[in-house]
Design a protein around this ligand. Structure first.
Ligand SMILES: Nc1ncnc2c1ncn2[C@@H]1O[C@H](COP(=O)(O)OP(=O)(O)OP(=O)(O)O)[C@@H](O)[C@H]1O
Ligand SMILES: [Mg+2]
Length: 251
């Protein structure tokens, strides 16, 4: 039987200014699952993700790979959970792209030669070969998103957590992201508003609203539930209409 990678029980969180963001989250994720987390802006998605590796600490119980999330286990859990943030500026803080991607590997006490190889290979994976000496803060937003992705992928985490991974990527890089993520064996949690991407990557769909899980269902049930999709501001039919027009117009 596969292991529970994430167990969240009765999780509540209020930001220091008093804003309630999580209002009783209960969630179990098994090893190897690919989970989509959807919901309107401000629903609590990013806040929930930030609890998975102790960036935020709310009231409730969290276990990662069977370990209670507490001070003692924090280092082990942070090696296990690779989190790609919504905003790449929150993830990149070194003078060069190389240093940013190598940072986690140095912390894992990997040998320098192996680090060089791993950084090179990961930058190739995200389409940024040769970017080692560039300063991340001088790159475009989409390029920064890909460096941020590389900082996490390089560590080969067992649980990969992505917060809006394809926002600001051009379609070619979106496709590259899709292919890359499909090829990874990790358990995956992906927060996104991009349903076509999620439909290709995830088998289970969780809808958050007002800091609570209001639906937890299979991809097949979610896709056909147009009412639910509309209710949570995820309707993308207007985009499809234009795509059809584009594909059907003479070249
Ligand atoms: N640093 C903060 N201080 C106070 N309130 C915050 C803070 N960050 C988020 N919030 C509030 O917490 C709630 C949940 O926000 P969160 O960022 O988790 O939403 P989200 O579902 O990720 O939205 P989005 O789709 O826009 O990324 C919102 O009401 C938001 O305004
Ligand atoms: Mg968010």
């Amino acid at each position: 039987m596969s292991q529970n990678v994430v167990e969240i029980a009765d999780l509540y969180y209020k930001y220091p200014d008093g804003t309630p963001a999580l209002n009783g989250i209960n969630l179990t994720i098994k090893e190897g699952e690919s989970i989509a987390i959807v919901g309107h802006n401000g629903a609590g998605k990013s806040t929930m993700l930030k609890h998975l590796n102790g960036i935020l600490i709310g009231h409730g119980k969290i276990h990662i790979a069977g370990l209670p999330l507490n001070k003692k286990n924090l280092r082990t859990i942070r090696n296990y959970v690779g989190m790609v943030f919504q905003n790449p500026d929150d993830q990149l803080f070194c003078p060069t792209v190389y240093d940013d991607v190598a940072f986690g590997l140095i912390n894992m006490e990997m040998e320098e030669q192996e680090i060089r190889k791993r950084v090179k290979k990961t930058l190739e994976h995200v389409g940024l070969q040769g970017f080692e000496k560039r300063a991340a803060h001088h790159l475009s937003f989409g390029q920064k998103k890909r460096v941020a992705l590389a900082t996490i992928l390089s560590m080969l985490p067992k649980l990969l957590v992505f917060d809006e991974p394809t926002s600001n990527l051009d379609p070619r890089n979106e496709k590259a992201f899709l292919d890359l993520v499909k090829s990874l064996p990790s358990t995956k949690i992906i927060v996104s508003h991009d349903l076509p991407i999620l439909f290709q990557l995830c088998e289970r769909f969780i809808v958050i609203s007002g800091g609570k899980i209001v639906e937890d269902t299979t991809r097949d049930n979610f896709i056909v539930n147009k009412k639910l999709i509309k209710e949570h501001g995820l309707d993308y039919e207007f985009k499809c209409a234009y795509c059809e027009h584009f594909h059907n117009s003479p070249t």
